[in-house]
Design a protein around this ligand. Sequence first.
Ligand code: CP
Ligand code: NVA
Length: 309
Amino acid sequence: MDRPERVRHFTKVSDLSVEEIRKILKRAFKLKERPHADRSLTGRTVALIFSKPSTRTRVSFSVGVYQLGGMALYLSEQELQMRSSESLEDTARVLSRFVDAIVIRTFAQSDVDELAAHATVPVINALTDERHPCQALSDIFTFEERFPDSKGRTITYMGDGNNVAVSLAAAGALSGIDVCLGIPEEYDLAPALWEEIQGLAAAHGTRVWVERDPERAVETASAVYTDVWTSMGQERDQGKLQALQPYQVNRGLMSVAPWEAIVMHCLPAHRGEEITDEIMDGPQSVVFDQAENRVHVQKALLTFLLGGD
Ligand code: CP
Ligand code: NVA
């Protein structure tokens, strides 16, 4: 595999074009069918820097890199010199001399952007307070697995206007899928992110809108998606939990959604808060497919970013 001429990063969904997303998802479908067929990362190393806990992202990247013939190097931020005694810029420069890609999960999106600005190898955002693009790319894959006629269908996201909501809306906008956000006003997306999403939707002829009424939000949904009400690094806030209660994905809410609607959750779930056991373990739920698909899609993403095609 030759290095591409231009370093490509994946710090946010819109770092990829519509055509590139199609190419990556198509490759992911092939990799899912034959997980060991591609060894294009033989001899390559991918650094995984994590400042927050992770089960799916960490394991799916580690396993994925291994299946592609490469080696993943897990680095917890506490054990690196990064930030405490070395700048992000110098860390980016040093790691770029050792490894072929850097996957990072941290708090501030600006840290990922800064790392990407100074790295000479691809930087992949594995979640920040603002975005979770790997999750969103993979979620589009899962949605299309269930609905090959995905164009013009709607994914309704219920709950907190968090990192997962932002990236899901962006990925929908770039994939011809409409996204309805069932979010109470206090927990809307930050204005700058909302504007960015609206810009993407307008540019790609898709719709992203907010519906405050939980039942109306799911009425036309092909997928009802939810995520935790308290994200990593946030304090549990009783007022927020109360305000989000009407947006819980439960039997009552799902009885209003179309019969064919699937239930999605990026996991980990706080069962009994944003989703009930009955729905999470029920026949409409695809949450564990979503978890599995992370590995297939991230393998496709890595081969794209590292191979440049
Ligand atoms: N969905 C997701 O990113 O899970 P982890 O926090 O376990 O990586
Ligand atoms: N919104 C959640 C997603 C976890 C994968 C968080 O940031 O904790």
